[in-house]
Design a protein around this ligand. Structure first.
Ligand code: GLN
Length: 557
C-alpha cells in the first residue's frame, strides 16, 4: 500500500511497494566497454533457459530523455522497441539473448527521471517541500524499477544494468537508489554483480587485480557491497587471482567469475555457464537451480566459430567507421550466417567513396549489397549509384529504410524516366519527390520521438520475394523514419517494373518494394535487423545471404 510520510521534508513522497521478484543490479568498474550489457544479457539467458521469466532494465545516466536525438557517432545505434521507444543499443543485446520483446519500460535515463520529478514539482506534488536528489530523484528511479517488475509478464528476475563506470559523478543517484532498494526489498531478493577488468601486464606476465580492488572500494564507499564479481580478462585466471580478489573485495573466491575474451559475444553465456555464474546467483537468492536448455544456442555458436562456407557482402553507408552505429545489422548477419553454416564477411564502404571512385571499384568483388538506414544528404548520390550498379548487374540487393528510399529514387530516375527524382529530405524542391513527408509530419518541429516509430503491420503480396521469405501474409516490423514512399508515383513505377510487395493495410503506406526479373532485389521501409535473434534469424537476412551465396557460386562455376 502506498502511504504518505508525515515528515516535512518528505512531502509528496509515496513509499513504493516492491513487487515480488528477484532483483539483480549490474555495475561496471575500471573502464567502460567491458561487456556489462553482454554480461547482463548472458545472465538473463542462463536464467531464462532454466525456465525463469526474466526482464532487463538499462539505466543510462545521461540527461537526454532518450538516445533518439543523439548522433550514431555519439551513441551508436538507436534501438527501437515494438512500442516505439528509442532506446540504448544494449536493449538489442537483451532481446537477442533472452528473446523477450522490450518496451519503453526497459530503458530509463536521468533525463526521464528529472523530467518526471520536475513535472511533479510544477504540478505542485511536492508543495512546500524542497525537491532533492535524495529522496525525490532516487524515489523515481526505484519507482521505474518497480514499474518494470509489475508488468503483466510478471518477471521473476529483474536485472538492472547501470551505464557508465563506478566513480562517475552522473551515475551516483542510480547507485544510491540501488542501495535503498536493497533496504526495501531485503537481502534475499537483491544481488549486486560487479563487472570489472583484470588488465594483463605483459612485462610481468600477470593479470592485475588492483584496479578491481579500487573500484570495489568506490562501491563500498557509497554503501554497496558486490555479491558477485565478473572479471573480464584476456588470459585465463588461476585460483590465486580469484583468492586475491576475494580477500580484497570482501567476497568468497567462489563468487569470482572469469569472463575471458571470447571470439563471439554469443559464446559468453556458454563460458559463464561453465564458470557456474547462474547457479551461484540462484543459490544466493534462494531459487531452485536446474540445468539450462542451451542446445540450440550451442549449435549456432559452433557454426559461428567454425563455419563451412563464406560469402562477402558490401554495406554502403555513412557511419561506417563506427561498428556500433549498425550493431543490429552486424548481429543479424551473424544470425543468418549461423543458421546457414556460413560466415558473412561484411565490407563497410563509405558512400562518399562510391561517389569518388564509382561503384564498380568497390562492388565488383562482393556477392551482395546492403544499404542500411541513415539520415542526411551526405553520400546519398553514392548510395544511388551503388543501387544502380546492383540492379544493372544482378547483384543481390537489400535496402533497409533509407536503402529502400535510395532504390526508389534510382529506379524512378533510370527506369521510369523521372529525371532528377529525389527524396524531399535531400532536395526539398525536387520536381519528382518520390520519397516525401506525409502530410501529418510536415508541421512537426520538435525532433525527439517524432518519427514513425515502433511496430506497424504490413500486408504482403503473394508471389513476391517478400512473401517467399516470410511465408505469411501479415507481418509486423519496427520503423524509425520520417519520410515515406510517395503514393502519387506508385503507378508510373509499377508500370516500369517495380513491385510494391508490402503495404500497411490501414494507411496504404508502402513498406516493401522489389524489382521484377532481378535475382534478389528487396527493400523494406522498416528495420528488420531489430527483430533478428540468434536462434531465429530474420527471414529477409536469411534470403539475402542465401542469394548472395548463390551469386558467389554462380561466379565460381
Ligand atoms: N532519413 C530517412 C527518413 O527519415 C531514413 C531513415 C532511416 O533510414 N532510418 O525517412
Amino acid at each position: 500500500m502506498a502511504s504518505r510520510s508525515k515528515h516535512k521534508g518528505n512531502k509528496g513522497r509515496t513509499r513504493p511497494r516492491i513487487p515480488r521478484a528477484k532483483y539483480v543490479f549490474v555495475t561496471g568498474g575500471v573502464v567502460s566497454s567491458l561487456g556489462k550489457g553482454i554480461t547482463s544479457a548472458s545472465l538473463g539467458l542462463l536464467l531464462k533457459e532454466r525456465g525463469y521469466r526474466v526482464t532487463i532494465l538499462k539505466a543510462d545516466p545521461y540527461l537526454n530523455v532518450d538516445p533518439g536525438t543523439m548522433s550514431p557517432f555519439q551513441h551508436g545505434e538507436v534501438y527501437v522497441t515494438d512500442d516505439g521507444a528509442e532506446t540504448d543499443l544494449d536493449l538489442g543485446h537483451y532481446e537477442r539473448f533472452i528473446d523477450v520483446s522490450m518496451s519503453k519500460l526497459n530503458n530509463v535515463t536521468s533525463g526521464q527521471i528529472y523530467e518526471r520529478v520536475i513535472q511533479k514539482e510544477r504540478d505542485g506534488a511536492y508543495l512546500g517541500g524542497t525537491v532533492q536528489v535524495i529522496p525525490h530523484v532516487t524515489d523515481e528511479i526505484i519507482a521505474r524499477i518497480c514499474e518494470l517488475a509489475s508488468t503483466k509478464e510478471k518477471p521473476q528476475f529483474v536485472i538492472t544494468e547501470v551505464g557508465g563506470t563506478v566513480g562517475d559523478i552522473e551515475s551516483l543517484p542510480f547507485l544510491e537508489a540501488f542501495r535503498q532498494f536493497f533496504l526495501l526489498a531485503g537481502a534475499r531478493n537483491v544481488l549486486f554483480v560487479h563487472v570489472t577488468l583484470l588488465p594483463y601486464i605483459a612485462a610481468a606476465d600477470e593479470v592485475k587485480t588492483k584496479p578491481t580492488q579500487h573500484s570495489v572500494y568506490r562501491l563500498r564507499e557509497i554503501g554497496l557491497q558486490p555479491n558477485v564479481i565478473v572479471a573480464r580478462t584476456e588470459k585465463p585466471i588461476e585460483q590465486d587471482v580469484r583468492d586475491k580478489i576475494a580477500l580484497f573485495c570482501n567476497v568468497s573466491a567462489g563468487d569470482v567469475f572469469a569472463a575471458k575474451d571470447a571470439a563471439s559475444i554469443y559464446e559468453v553465456p556458454l563460458n559463464l555457464e561453465k564458470e557456474g555464474l547462474a547457479d551461484n546467483v540462484l543459490k544466493k537468492m534462494g531459487m531452485r537451480a536446474q540445468p539450462p536448455e542451451l542446445h540450440a544456442w550451442r549449435s549456432r555458436v559452433n557454426h559461428i566459430l567454425s563455419p563451412s562456407k563464406r560469402v562477402t557482402v558490401a554495406i554502403v553507408g555513412k557511419y561506417v567507421g563506427l561498428q556500433d552505429a549498425y550493431k543490429s545489422i552486424n548481429e543479424a548477419f551473424i544470425h543468418a550466417g549461423a543458421e546457414l553454416d556460413l560466415h558473412v564477411d561484411t565490407r563497410w564502404i563509405d558512400a562518399e567513396l562510391v561517389e569518388q571512385d564509382g561503384p564498380a571499384a568497390h562492388l565488383s568483388e562482393v556477392h551482395g549489397l546492403l544499404i542500411p538506414g541513415g539520415f542526411g544528404v551526405r553520400g546519398s548520390e553514392g548510395k544511388v549509384e551503388a543501387v544502380r550498379y546492383a540492379r544493372e548487374n544482378g547483384l543481390p540487393y537489400f535496402g533497409i529504410c533509407l536503402g529502400l528510399q535510395m532504390a526508389v529514387v534510382e529506379f524512378a530516375r533510370t527506369v521510369a524516366g523521372l529525371k532528377n527524382a529525389n527524396s524531399s529530405e535531400f532536395r526539398p524542391r525536387t520536381r519528382h519527390p518520390v520519397i516525401a513527408l506525409m502530410p501529418g509530419q510536415r508541421a512537426v518541429a520538435q525532433k525527439g520521438g517524432t518519427m514513425r516509430l515502433g511496430s506497424w503491420s504490413c500486408h504482403l503480396q503473394r508471389g513476391t520475394k517478400a512473401f517467399e521469405a516470410y511465408g505469411s501474409e501479415l507481418i509486423y516490423e519496427r520503423h524509425r523514419h520520417r519520410y515515406e514512399f510517395n503514393n502519387a508515383y506508385r503507378e508510373p513505377l509499377e508500370n516500369a517494373g517495380m513491385v510494391f510487395s508490402g503495404v500497411n493495410p490501414d494507411e496504404g503506406l508502402v513498406e516493401m518494394a522489389e524489382v521484377k526479373g532481378h535475382p534478389w532485389f528487396v527493400c523494406c521501409q522498416f528495420h528488420p535487423e531489430l527483430k533478428s535473434r540468434l536462434t531465429r534469424a530474420h527471414p529477409l537476412f536469411l534470403k539475402f545471404v542465401e542469394s548472395s551465396y548463390n551469386e558467389k557460386l554462380r561466379r565460381n562455376s
